[in-house]
Every structure is written in structure tokens, then in C-alpha cells.
Write a protein that binds this ligand. Structure first.
Ligand code: PEP
Length: 252
């Protein structure tokens, strides 16, 4: 029987919401979303809004927090960067790694993504590893090959028990911030390729890994995507910026 994985709903605020807006968001969101035992909600605020957001949710430990990026080094002369241990100290439990904007806007390679996964895991942060194909790769029938390559590159150096602690987000690049959502069938098909590769990398322990879908999720399409076989949760950008639509997605 397929394992019952807890649903995960993650909000990537990207470069939006400073401390003031984060506080207002949390006040409104927490009024609209009561704790649910069957799901985990994670917010990824910008670095400077992180502490304000976390403090605003102090009475709600069911709402968890992560950072949008870390440097792969333990510490040192890297002006402007955030280390995994600083993120942990600030209260982060998760970190986004390999997001398409890091890969395709900032030029992060598979190798750098792997280094960040290792650093996150070694400092006690859960990496949320994002994988996904570009439109030309999809059109060339390379979707599965791309996500498999990205998974292998990022996870190959981890022991299976550590791999079992990561989260994966399938985020087709062509669907992120474009208003063009993968169909539930597209998502299921890629998730099934990802699940098979996780099994090959980490064996039975990989059954625990949730695979989220991300890419132009809205309050209107969230329920259909969550109902798709193999979709364990959602990673949401634009529609997570408004408390009302984010609460509606979390309550789906
Ligand atoms: C994202 O940034 O991870 C994302 C999925 O964005 P959007 O929901 O806006 O497409």
C-alpha cells in the first residue's frame, strides 16, 4: 500500500513582503487558517522579513519557516550571503535549493545545488530541492531525463537515511510565474518519474519523501492539483502573497 505522506503547503514569497507586510500577512492568514494535523504549512519569507514573520507566528508552531537560499560554505568572507547555521539560529527549519530562479537567473549549476543540499542537511536544515524542465526540454520529450539528472546530481552524495529527510518540489520552469499551470496529469507523470528515481537513489526509505508541485498554483486550481496521483503538496509563489488566497490553498 502506498505510504500516507502528510500534505505540505509551502509559500515562496521571493523578493516580496518586508517586515511590515509580513506582520500584516500573518495576522490575516492566521485568522483564516486553523491548525490541521494532516498538513504542514511552511513559509519562505525574504531574509530580512524572516524574523518578523516568525515572531508574528510565535503562537502557531504548526506554521513553519524556511529561508529561500543559503551559501554552500560553512561561514566566511561571502558578503551578502546567509549560511545554513545562521538560518538555523534564526529559526529556519527548511531551505529552498535549486529553485529555477537560482538555476536560470543566477546561473547555479547542478554541482552548486548539490553542495547546498549537503550543507543544509549537515546543519540540520531540511532542503526543499526544486527540479523541473524548461519549455524546450519538455517539447523535446526530455522532462523525465532532466528531473532525473537534477535529482541524481543533488542527492548522490547523501546517505539514504539523509535523503529520506528531504522534500522535492517539481517545478516546471515554463509554469513558474507564467500563469501557465501543468495539468494534474502532467504533474502526476513527472512526479511518478521522480518517485521512481528517488526509489533508485535511496530505496524504501525514499517512500517518506513528499513531492510537491509548483508552478502558477492558484486558489482555483489547488484542489485539482492536490488530487492528482503522486502530488503530496504544493509550492506556491504569486498566490501565496495574499493571506486570503494562501489560506484558501492551505484549507483546500
Ligand atoms: C515558485 O516560485 O516556486 C512558484 C511556483 O511561483 P508561482 O506560483 O508564482 O508560479
Amino acid at each position: 500500500m502506498a505510504p500516507r505522506r502528510k500534505r505540505v503547503l509551502a509559500a515562496n514569497w521571493k523578493m516580496n513582503h518586508g517586515p511590515t507586510a509580513a506582520l500584516a500577512f500573518l495576522e490575516s492568514f492566521l485568522d483564516r487558517y486553523a491548525p490541521h494535523d494532516d498538513r504542514t504549512v511552511i513559509l519562505f519569507p525574504s531574509a530580512l522579513a524572516f524574523s518578523a514573520a516568525r515572531t508574528a507566528a510565535a503562537a502557531r508552531p504548526d506554521v513553519r519557516f524556511g529561508v529561500q537560499n543559503i551559501h554552500s560554505a560553512e561561514k566566511g568572507a561571502f558578503t551578502g550571503e546567509t549560511s545554513a547555521s545562521i538560518a538555523r539560529d534564526a529559526g529556519a527549519q527548511y531551505v529552498l535549493v535549486g529553485h529555477s530562479e537560482r538555476r536560470h537567473v543566477f546561473g547555479e549549476t547542478d554541482a552548486q545545488t548539490a553542495e547546498k543540499v549537503i550543507r543544509a542537511a549537515s546543519e540540520g536544515l531540511v532542503p526543499v530541492l526544486c527540479v523541473g524542465e524548461k519549455i524546450e526540454e519538455r517539447e523535446a520529450g526530455q522532462t523525465d531525463a532532466v528531473v532525473v539528472r537534477q535529482l541524481r546530481a543533488a542527492l548522490q552524495a547523501l546517505p539514504p537515511a539523509t535523503t529520506a529527510g528531504v522534500l522535492i518540489a517539481y517545478e516546471p520552469v515554463w509554469a513558474i510565474g507564467t500563469g501557465r499551470t501543468a495539468t494534474p496529469g502532467d504533474a502526476s507523470s513527472a512526479h511518478s518519474a521522480i518517485r521512481a528515481e528517488l526509489q533508485a537513489i535511496a530505496g524504501a526509505e525514499s517512500d517518506a519523501i513528499p513531492i510537491l508541485y509548483g508552478g502558477s498554483v492558484t486558489a482555483a486550481n489547488a484542489a485539482a492539483l492536490l488530487a492528482a496521483p503522486g502530488v503530496d503538496g504544493l509550492l506556491v509563489g504569486g498566490a501565496s502573497l495574499e493571506a486570503e488566497s494562501w489560506a484558501s490553498i492551505c484549507n483546500s
